[in-house]
Ligand binder design. Structure first.
Ligand code: E4P
Length: 217
């Protein structure tokens, strides 16, 4: 199971990388804006900076929504670094673009997936990754994890190689549920990943060990 961090914040990316368990980064235009990264040149430089920090795949989202525009933007992004994965919206031209990139050997991440039908199309178009948004479905009282299970079943039925990248993961339990279902990747905030570290019995046990050590030394 791969762990991606879902942020454009360089400090958090460094912190996750330093943990030694980070496999990649996902970003989107909203995450870039949150960090105050605006303008084409600054965004490109930010992707370069992220690629310098991490070893794994870095999703970079196209802004164009037409086929030609996505191809132009996606090829420019992919040429920045072999780590770049071109992130494409789940729309008609996005599927065409995904097929084009897959034939050219350029990695893709089809984003904004909210149904298993969309997931099936992304796999048929040869996507490297596809991103169902677990948290945003939960937000509207729809079963986000149920969607991950459905997609796992469909992909296993046909042996699709497209990786299920569970996105919009908001907390530690989402990560553990995705692990049980068999999502290939999760992407979420550092807080959700670090939540996996925590157990009160670990803290109590460690405090006891240290205090017992002090008694004898
Ligand atoms: C996916 O790649 C998106 O960047 C992201 O996971 C969306 O998460 P959110 O619903 O918390 O904004």
């Amino acid at each position: 199971m791969k762990f991606f961090i879902d942020t454009a914040n360089l400090d958090q990316i460094r912190e996750a990388q330093a943990l030694g368990i980070l496999d990649g980064v996902t970003t989107n235009p909203s995450l870039m804006a949150k960090e105050g990264i605006t303008g084409k040149e600054n965004i490109i430089n930010h992707y370069r900076a992220i690629c310098e920090i991490v070893d794994g795949d870095v999703s970079a989202e196209v802004i164009a929504t037409d086929f030609e525009g996505m191809i132009q933007e996606g090829e420019a992004l992919a040429s920045l670094n072999p780590q770049i994965v071109v992130k494409i919206p789940m729309i008609k031209d996005g599927i065409k673009a995904c097929k084009y990139f897959s034939e050219k050997g350029i990695k893709t991440n089809v984003t904004l997936i909210f149904s298993s039908g969309q997931a099936l199309l992304a796999a048929k178009a040869g996507a490297t990754y596809m991103s169902p948004f677990v948290g945003r479905l939960d937000d509207i009282s729809t079963d986000g994890l149920g969607l991950i299970s459905e997609i796992r079943l469909i992909y296993d039925n046909y042996g699709f190689k497209t990786q299920i990248l569970a996105a919009s993961v908001r907390h530690t339990m989402h990560i553990m549920d995705c692990a049980k279902i068999g999502a290939d990747v999760i992407t979420g905030p550092l807080s959700a990943i670090e939540g996996l570290l925590k157990h009160p019995l670990t803290d109590i046990g460690l405090a006891q060990f240290l205090s017992d050590y002090k008694k004898g030394n």
